[in-house]
Design a protein. Structure first.
Length: 167
């Protein structure tokens, strides 16, 4: 049995963060930063997109490491994971073309990261605090992920009065 056989499936949280005139849609992949020896770091890899008054759609999609005090080994492991994600996403983009929405970008990113289960916030209240605040879907069910992530993206756009674009 290999280390991959014993590894539990990755979980991701999808939610909206608001502050200082900008709304961010965040897909947080938990327990994704693992060293070569199997040690799981506390940091999370996040895919983020920004929404503000000047843009009618999400923009500024990026992948980041969110860690309180990352050490060198954690940074190395995170960079390796993000590079693998980027390479897999490039292959997917070659097959399907560029992602036109953040929901599609997230679906592809979750697939590239090997996420098994996605917990999606029901509203714009921020990071889900308990099971009643989110919808759980399997990441391999692409249609459900697209639907729930698209609904959250539409909520983020409506926060800035972009109802026409969000509808």
């Amino acid at each position: 049995m290999t280390r991959r056989d014993t590894k539990s499936p990755l979980h991701a949280l999808l939610y909206i963060e608001q502050g200082q005139g900008v709304t961010e849609i965040v897909a947080e992949i938990q327990r994704a930063v693992v060293s070569a020896t199997g040690y799981e770091f506390t940091g999370a890899i996040e895919m983020r997109a920004f929404v503000n008054r000047e843009h009618a759609a999400t923009f500024g999609q990026r992948v980041v490491l969110n860690s309180v005090s990352a050490e060198l080994d954690e940074l190395r492991a995170a960079v390796r994971k993000m590079e693998r994600m980027r390479d897999r996403m490039r292959r997917i983009d070659k097959e399907l073309g560029d992602a036109s929405t953040f929901a599609e970008y997230v679906r592809r990113g979750l697939r590239a990261a090997g996420v098994g289960i996605v917990h999606i916030a029901r509203d714009a209240a921020g990071r889900p605090r308990n099971a009643s605040n989110y919808i759980t879907v399997r990441a391999d069910d692409g249609a459900s992920v697209l639907e729930a992530a698209g609904r959250l993206e539409a909520i983020a756009l409506m926060l800035f009065g972009r109802r026409v674009e969000a509808a």
